[in-house]
Design a protein around this ligand. Structure first.
Ligand SMILES: Nc1ncnc2c1ncn2[C@@H]1O[C@H](COP(=O)(O)OP(=O)(O)OP(=O)(O)O)[C@@H](O)[C@H]1O
Length: 259
């Protein structure tokens, strides 16, 4: 792994919430360029890890670097290089889509004409032209993801972090997102995204990190991690398939009875 140019690298990253260790010493590696998937069961620590890597949540221990820059020592340099589409996306609801992009452009210090040019292109590619002047509060879930992604891409970041970008997104909009992201990575930029949808990760990603109970349990090129199996099978093998509704015990009351 020594010859990999790392876009993201954490070393022994730790986060506790009270007694609970949410992230227990994570060494996340994401090579530069292409798609990397972060997968893991509910509560594995994916969002907590991404929040620490993107400077949103201070770690209790360890370090996080993006393009060789320490996230917590050089926050401004790091934030100018990254775009983030967080989970549960909070947007400025009383702005229109177009205004939201203009505001983001201003925050990023991009000249006004350039913001207008990029916004027009992003709105067109995201199929949001007809809704550009509608308030974000009136956007659907998929439209919110798309305007959130447009806002995250506006400053042309080197690394884009997406937490569950396809959740609640219809197949047509999902295709649009994928096309935009493919175009973005084709130029050498990096996308890191968390997802529960293994088929999607398998289709898009060339690199996968698997988390379970606050640890990385497998990490590497997609083909190495799945080792001849489907990613879903590999995932179930790595994180344990038990306790996921397959057992004979419990729930005996559930379903139609003959009584
Ligand atoms: N602010 C918080 N306060 C207390 N506990 C938290 C907080 N944020 C996360 N946790 C706990 O940390 C653990 C990891 O949560 P996290 O959201 O990182 O998991 P995840 O892998 O993103 O899960 P999911 O796939 O369900 O989104 C969970 O047990 C969660 O309850």
């Amino acid at each position: 792994m020594a010859d990999i140019v790392e876009a993201v690298r954490t070393r022994q990253l730790v986060k506790r919430f009270g007694q609970q260790v949410a992230v227990g010493g994570v060494d996340l590696i994401v090579p530069r360029g292409g798609f990397a998937g972060l997968v893991g069961p509910n509560g594995a620590g994916k969002t907590t890890t991404l929040s620490m890597v993107t400077g949103l949540l201070r770690p209790d221990g360890g370090t996080a670097h993006i393009d060789g820059l320490d996230v917590w020592r050089e926050p401004i340099a790091v934030k100018s290089r990254i775009g983030v589409l967080p989970e549960g996306l909070r947007l400025f609801e009383r702005l229109s889509g177009r205004e939201l992009l203009a505001y983001n452009g201003q925050l990023r210090g991009i000249p006004k004409e350039e913001v207008e040019r990029r916004s027009a292109e992003l709105l067109r590619v995201m199929d949001l032209v007809d809704s550009a002047d509608k308030l974000v509060v009136d956007y659907s879930t998929g439209m919110r993801k798309k305007i959130g992604l447009a806002a995250a891409l506006l400053h042309n970041p080197a690394v884009l972090f997406l937490d569950e970008p396809f959740e609640g997104v219809d197949p047509v909009s999902a295709n649009t997102l994928v096309e935009v992201l493919r175009r973005y990575t084709a130029s050498g930029s990096t996308v890191v995204f968390s997802s529960h949808v293994m088929e999607l990760v398998e289709r898009l990603c060339d690199w996968v990190s698997v988390m379970s109970r606050g640890q990385i349990v497998a990490q590497g090129p997609l083909d190495e991690v799945r080792a001849g199996r489907s990613l879903n099978e590999a995932f179930l093998g790595l994180v344990g398939a038990h306790g996921h509704g397959g057992g004979e015990e419990g729930l005996s009351w559930l379903g139609a009875t003959s009584a």
